[in-house]
Design a protein around this ligand. Structure first.
Ligand code: AMP
Length: 172
């Protein structure tokens, strides 16, 4: 049985020079490993009363939807701009080069709903911070976040301010 770590393909200089891309496709394709990964993501939240998992487009959808099933929670996609019909709520955020935006249907989350944010990779932390800003704007009760891979060298965790838990299955 391969370790989860062995099923992450590291691709140097993709999509641009200097970036080591972490490809999660081999992990997803391995039935036992995918299931083990979701089990490890779910473990810290089993008794947390999570009502909705918010997955970040697009690889956060894969892990977020599976995790929502494991936790018996609903799933809410946080989408890139231009995909959702109005009314939407959104936040703009800065990337290393340029900017991006996350949106959610205005009524997707009930006030005070207990919510968990999910993505595949935590790199510089900008995407997760934007997702947090967006769901907090909606007045939900944010419990924390869960990612599959944390790229330690980029210190993205520093942008996850305060005491809310942020769990990662693997560190690269
Ligand atoms: P960041 O906002 O810098 O934390 O970037 C996180 C987002 O970009 C996640 O949604 C990832 O899917 C993607 N991402 C950033 N860096 C990588 C990487 N080295 N390998 C794979 N995905 C990445």
């Amino acid at each position: 049985m391969k370790t989860l770590d062995a099923l992450i393909r590291r691709v140097p200089d993709f999509p641009q020079p200097g970036i080591v891309f972490c490809d999660i496709a081999p992990l997803l394709a391995d039935a036992a490993a995918f299931s083990r990964c979701i089990e490890r993501m779910a473990a810290p939240w089993r008794d947390a009363g999570v009502q909705a998992v918010c997955g970040i487009e697009s690889r956060g959808f894969i892990f977020g939807a599976a995790l929502a099933q494991a936790l018996r929670a609903g799933f809410v996609p946080l989408r890139k701009p231009g995909k959702l019909p109005p009314p939407v709520r959104g936040v703009d955020y800065q990337l290393e080069y340029g900017s991006d935006r996350l949106e959610v249907p205005a009524g997707a989350l009930a006030s005070a709903e207990r919510v968990l944010i999910v993505d595949d990779v935590l790199a510089t932390g900008g995407t997760l911070a934007a997702a947090r800003e967006l769901v907090e704007m909606l007045g939900v009760s944010l419990l924390g976040a869960s990612v599959v891979i944390e790229l330690d060298a980029l210190h993205g965790r520093q942008r996850w301010h305060g005491t809310l838990p942020l769990h990662s299955v693997l560190h690269c």
